[in-house]
Design a protein around this ligand. Structure first.
Ligand code: UD1
Ligand code: CA
Length: 463
């Protein structure tokens, strides 16, 4: 579709957010507002080269984000933010080579692809088409003035009391014929109560030239703009409910949807069971039959089939393979992996560690930078001492090893297959295959200790 481009306006200050961060980087669930807008445009088949994003206020941050997430989208600068009319005009060099131009406010994360497709289909009909909605509370939105054969927009601050009574408002989505817009864009003035250049004035200017202007209505729910923290919270609520309804329809069992948060990019298989108060974020995936226990927070977690996360597990950038088990109360972080049938239990922290097939770390352990083979059992309270104050060092534990409770692995250190450690050992050297490493002080018993102790006590009292 080389004759059409989409300009997303994201240069505004977002003053009403009362935040240092640029408005379009504020998150709806776990994604910035701007991502939803760009993804919607991509979803209707527009190539990223034909999408331009206007940045300005906080522009370096927005640019850095876009370069990472949407490297092929064109970044356009509006150095001074003098209003939406000025914004569109400042990108003239870019859009003037196309036949049609779609302009979107950058703060409409709930807009659907259906609305966008319909807007695009209007380019053949009118010189300018806008999307509107019936607002329950029209507040500061631009009011839609419909005449017999034309549409125009009056900004709230410039509207008469009668015009302010109008509930049909401008959503901030426009389809222009480039030829027609080019004839009026330079005539937009800032002669209004806000001293801003309004893109909405383009309609009245087009009507003067007898160009065709039109509008169509979409539901308010998807046209809600984000201008305040309260609107951001409202939009997040709508998005959250949409995502939950989707997964319920796909066969996911969610016991208490009102307490569960699932990010937009999460993938869930049928027959996943999600207990109350769970959050699942990022690129997390959960396979068939797995249970995510109460209070668990998963971020970029890859969960296989029939995995049991018992409760209160925090899992980040890690993988739990089929039939593995975790929790309650564990923290599995940064590139860790439970191979199939492995288990990380109560008060266990894993960091950059691989727990081999059918191996168990059941209680009170820290495994950092460790690789465990299959069928290993780690006794309660055992930890890797992986950090020497300068470097992170690795621990290797072979297959079928049996680790006594309270073993300290002073890394770098290695246990060969079938090795064991005595409880309470500080292991500083390699343990060969099938050997027992004992690294603790030998027990010595002091005779008559209680008697002596009693005498001392007695002596004191006599004084
Ligand atoms: C705008 C419309 C209003 C409509 C409402 C819908 C105008 C004049 N008014 O008002 O009719 O009802 O959206 O939500 O357009 N921006 C820039 N550069 C600027 C100014 C704004 O890029 O110089 C961007 C903002 O980042 C934002 C978008 O344009 O994404 C809309 O700006 P905003 O200030 O939110 O306009 P509203 O007052 O909401
Ligand atoms: Ca707005």
């Amino acid at each position: 579709m080389n004759n059409l481009c989409v300009l997303i306006m994201a240069a505004g200050k977002g003053t009403r957010m009362k935040s240092a961060a640029p408005k379009v980087l504020h998150k709806v669930l776990d994604r910035p507002i701007i991502d939803y807008v760009i993804r919607n445009v991509l979803s209707v088949g527009i190539n990223p080269e034909n999408i331009g994003v206007l940045v300005g206020s906080g522009g370096e941050l927005v640019q850095a984000h876009l370069q990472q997430e949407f490297p092929d989208v064109k970044i356009l600068w509006q150095h001074e933010q003098l209003g939406t009319g000025h914004a569109v005009k400042s990108a003239f060099e870019w859009w003037q080579s196309y036949e049609n131009l779609i302009v979107l406010n950058g703060d409409l994360p709930l807009m659907t692809s259906e609305s966008l497709k319909e807007l695009i289909s209007c380019v053949d009909k009118n010189d300018c088409t806008v999307i509107t909605f019936e607002a329950k509370n029209p507040a500061a939105y631009g009011r839609i003035i419909r005449k017999k054969n034309s549409v125009s927009i009056v900004e709230f601050k410039d509207a008469s009391p009668e015009q302010r009574e109008i509930h049909e408002v401008n959503a901030g989505c426009y389809a222009f014929k480039v030829k027609s817009l080019s004839q009026v864009i330079n005539s937009i003035t800032n002669n209004n109560s806000q001293h801003e250049y309004y893109i909405t004035d383009a309609l009245a200017l087009m009507n003067e030239k007898n160009f065709a202007t039109g509008a169509f209505i979409m539901p308010e729910e998807e046209m809600q703009g984000v201008n305040t923290q309260s609107e951001l919270a409202e939009v997040s609520r709508v998005m959250r409910e949409k995502i939950l309804s989707h997964w319920l329809a796909e066969g996911v069992n969610i016991l208490a949807p009102e307490s569960v948060y699932i990010g937009v990019d999460v993938e869930l298989a049928p027959d996943v069971i999600i207990m109350p108060n769970v959050q699942i974020w990022g690129q997390s995936k959960v396979g068939e039959g797995s249970v995510i226990g109460s209070g668990s927070i998963l971020t970029n977690a890859k969960i296989g089939r029939n995995v049991k996360i018992i409760a209160y597990a925090v899992i980040e950038n890690s993988e739990l393979k089929d039939n593995s088990k975790a929790g309650p109360f564990c923290y599995i972080r940064e590139h860790s992996c439970l191979e199939s049938r492995a288990f990380a239990g109560k008060f266990v922290e894993l960091k950059n560690s691989r727990i081999g097939e059918n191996s168990k770390v059941p209680h009170l352990s820290y495994m950092g930078d460790a690789t465990l083979g299959h069928d290993v059992n780690i006794g309660a309270g055992s930890i890797t001492c992986n950090y020497d104050g300068e470097h992170k060092n690795k621990t290797f534990i072979g297959n079928n090893c049996f680790i006594g409770s309270d073993t300290m692995f002073v890394a770098p250190v290695e246990l060969e297959d079938g090795a064991a450690t005595a409880a309470g050992s500080v292991i500083t050297q390699a343990v060969p295959a099938n050997s027992l490493g004992v690294g603790r002080a030998r027990q010595k018993n002091i005779a008559d200790w209680s008697l002596r102790n009693h005498n001392l006590h007695h002596h004191k009292e006599e004084k």
